[in-house]
Design a binder for this molecule. Structure first.
Ligand code: B4P
Length: 330
């Protein structure tokens, strides 16, 4: 949530720049000056109380403006951010604003302060007074009083936000467009900073995930050992079968010169064909000299019952299928 305090002395251009910021970022505009003027225009009790104070160029009491902001925050629950224009103007208002936002689970992102000289402010406000009809813009001494109020009561807020690392100063003299560009450049920086903070929070959450992974990893080694043993046993079995076939081929080659095939040759043939494999293997091992064939040690691995069941099922299915075919041919 982007919550900006647009700060500066009277006539610094807070209202003017607020309009541009709202149009670009879709923030809800809360201008205490506008709210007070609308209360005066509607002739409410609050408006009547505020009018004489504003006409003198003094600040309206903290209680009144804090109450106004509170109800405006409540009436915009789905806002994606606020721009506070002309509020807070005293340390009391700043503390109250922090409390209100904290209760709503948010806070001020930054204070953007427009810096303008007293001479420029006076000239701008007198010029506006020619057409605005605002009492506080018509008289130079009232304008001076507003500037004094700012220097005395409002300016200290720069330190308040500076201590929180939220103070951003913008040179407020130049064209409206130039100043707006300087503000938006700062907002780009602020958004990047907010993204970075969000990323840091995500990484903190990621630490928890790594911890979870480590717990899971404590269990994993046992499973990995079991899988490894199964794989090794299968590889050794395949290797043994390969060697047996090699021996059988040698035996066949030796006996090819003999008229009668030796018992060893018959067994070897059987082994190569793959029939009576187990019996052949056992016989061959007995007959072949211990020097030539060194049986490998087999890894003892308990195969899972599920595997055995699958093998048995396959064998059972094969046999009746062969018989059925033979019957049909007859
Ligand atoms: P606000 O309504 O807040 O207005 P402001 O200080 O007079 O003017 P702002 O800074 O918004 O200037 P703007 O853009 O209009 O205060 C009015 C009174 O309300 C206060 O004196 C006080 O009594 C009361 N009040 C409000 N909030 C309060 C609070 N929180 N606590 C207590 N009392 C409170 O610009 C001024 C003029 O300059 C315009 O004519 C504009 O066209 C011109 N301008 C703007 N940018 C310019 C630029 N770059 N170059 C030349 N001219 C420019």
């Amino acid at each position: 949530m982007l919550n900006l305090v647009l700060f500066g002395p009277p006539g610094a251009g807070k209202g003017t720049q607020s309009e541009n910021i709202i149009n670009k970022y879709g923030l809800v505009h809360l201008s205490t000056g506008d709210i007070l003027r609308s209360e005066i225009a509607r002739g409410t009790d609050l408006g009547r109380k505020a009018k004489s104070i504003m006409d003198r160029g003094d600040l309206v009491s903290d209680d009144i403006v804090i109450g106004m902001i509170d109800s405006k925050l409540d009436s915009n629950p789905n806002a994606k951010g606020f721009i506070f224009d002309g509020f807070p103007r005293t340390t009391g208002q700043a503390i109250a604003l922090d409390d209100l936002l904290q209760k709503k689970g948010t806070g001020i992102s930054a204070m953007i302060a427009l810096e303008v000289t007293d001479e420029e402010l006076t000239s701008r406000l007198l010029k506006r007074g020619e057409s605005s009809g605002r009492e506080d813009d018509k008289n130079e001494s009232i304008i001076r009083n507003r500037i004094n109020e700012y220097n005395l009561k409002t300016s200290p807020l720069k330190n308040y936000y500076s201590e929180q690392g939220k103070f951003h100063s913008i040179h407020g003299i130049g064209s409206v467009e130039q100043i707006f560009k300087a503000i938006t450049d700062r907002i780009v920086f602020l958004n990047a900073e907010m993204d970075l903070t969000a990323l840091e929070t995500d990484i903190e959450h990621l630490d928890l995930t790594i911890q979870d992974f480590e717990v899971a990893n404590d269990i994993a080694p046992e499973l990995l050992l079991e899988i490894d043993a199964i794989k090794r046993a299968e590889a050794e079995e395949a290797e043994e079968e390969k060697e047996n076939k090699k021996i059988a081929r040698k035996a066949l080659a030796k006996s090819s010169s003999n008229k009668k095939p030796a018992k060893k040759t018959v067994v070897a043939k059987k082994l190569l064909k793959g029939s009576a494999k187990k019996t052949a293997k056992r016989s061959l091992k007995k007959m072949v000299k211990a020097k030539t064939v060194k049986p490998k040690k087999k890894a003892v691995v308990k195969k899972s019952p599920a595997k055995k069941i699958v093998k048995k099922k396959v064998q059972v299915k094969k046999k009746p299928a062969k018989k059925a075919k033979g019957k049909k041919k007859k």
